[in-house]
Design a protein around this ligand. Structure first.
Ligand code: KG4
Ligand code: ZN
Length: 359
């Protein structure tokens, strides 16, 4: 067998700069030696969202330091690294360029392979860093930019079975939080306020819930929250708590119905396989959503996996790990690989944003 391979991974697709070192332990196990994350939340808070140019500048100012810190924490010398992986899409172009150029430079100097990673593949595989999960499994990816059900048939073989027709789920949390006057990012804020709210106080719409498919639509929900706020005289803490709790409950109801549809889709392809569901991406940090999924697991006899919190939100460990899996299969890239702001995980998936689906 080869010596235990070491991959340095870089993530810079949105508002987190991160560098990680992952080392292979055996053919099916690996360890995270370091995973340094610099969040830009403070930088973007005052704008209520990510400004791409500000994000890119911040990535470029800190990336060198993070590479050094990550190597030091891992107690690894640069020349021990076997390959350099970076998120090459999807994401904000300026940030992607910073990470990809840094990775290509290191790879070129070290004369080691460069590996371009799809950020969504990083999230899709993130739970495998901590759990032994057999292929095929059902992935629900819920982040600030993406919401999709994808069947992870095996490594590099992905079939999307559901997506959002408009906003991503994290985006719905962020936009609803914003109209409520809560801080950015809105997801953790909504979760915090919801703890003290009455989740049955307000009824919000559940768009396309009755369609027997695995697609989502969240933009009407944000509009409904905005209308509730506009029509309410006293926007006090209690009102915010109740709206947050009712919003979160609505999301959980939608996820429950659509996940059952996705389980049925999975079973059509794999009738004899016990279903394993992996929930990944920033929104998977939500404890109420996590609870709902463990109930779904019990009721439908499915295994449920959530990555630890630090692996749910953007991080380079999942990128280094995806890089390791690619290196093992000799799936490396040329130094001419250009970052791709749009890069679906399932290349055959039809782009459905803004489309009407009548089922
Ligand atoms: O995966 P991620 O870190 O970045 C993207 O690739 O988008 O996800 C960020 C998203 C944000 O929209 C944020 O509001 C949401 O994840 N998020 C949450 C929670 N923590 C982060 N949403 C709901 N509840 C949370 N606790
Ligand atoms: Zn992400």
């Amino acid at each position: 067998m080869n010596k235990n391979r070491i991959v340095l991974g870089i993530e810079s697709s949105c508002d987190e700069t991160s560098v990680s070192i992952v080392r292979e332990k055996s053919s099916s196990d690996q360890e995270i030696l370091s995973n340094i994350v610099n969040s830009q939340i403070k930088l973007h808070e005052k704008n209520g969202g990510v400004i791409p140019e500000i994000a890119a500048r911040s990535h470029s100012m800190i990336i060198d330091q993070l590479i050094e810190r990550s190597l030091t924490k891992a107690k690894i010398k640069l020349n021990q690294v076997d390959a350099v992986a970076a998120t090459a899409g999807p994401g904000l172009l300026g940030g992607l360029i910073v990470g990809v150029v840094a990775a290509k430079t290191l790879a070129s100097v070290l004369k080691k392979p460069f590996i371009a990673i799809n950020h969504l593949e990083g999230h899709a595989l993130s739970a495998k860093l901590e759990h032994q999960i057999e292929y095929p499994y059902l992935l629900l990816l819920v982040s600030g930019g993406h919401t999709e059900f994808t069947i992870i048939k095996s490594f590099n073989d992905y079939k999307r079975i559901g997506t959002t027709l408009d906003d991503a789920l994290g985006e719905a949390f962020d936009k609803s939080a914003r109209v409520l006057g809560l801080k950015y990012p809105g997801g953790p804020e909504i979760e915090k306020y919801a703890l003290q709210g009455d989740e049955n106080k307000y009824i919000f719409p559940k768009p396309i819930i009755n369609q027997k498919n695995c697609h989502f639509s969240f933009s009407g929900l944000k509009t409904a929250v905005a209308q509730k706020v506009a029509g309410h005289k006293k926007i006090n803490k209690k009102f915010k708590n109740d709206v947050a709790a009712s919003f979160q409950k609505t999301i959980c109801d939608i996820l429950e119905v659509k996940t059952k549809n996705a389980i049925n889709e999975f079973k059509k392809i794999y009738p004899n396989k016990k279903v394993s569901i992996v929930v990944a991406g920033g929104v998977a940090a939500n404890q109420k959503i996590k609870k709902i999924f463990f109930n779904i697991g019990k009721e439908n006899d499915c295994n449920i996996f959530f990555p630890s919190l630090y692996l749910c939100t953007d991080n380079a460990a999942m990128i280094a790990y995806a890089g390791l899996e690619r290196l093992k299969r000799k799936k490396t890239n040329s130094l001419t690989f250009a970052p791709k702001p749009r890069w679906p995980l399932d290349k055959d998936a039809v782009f459905l944003k803004g489309k009407r689906i009548d089922v």
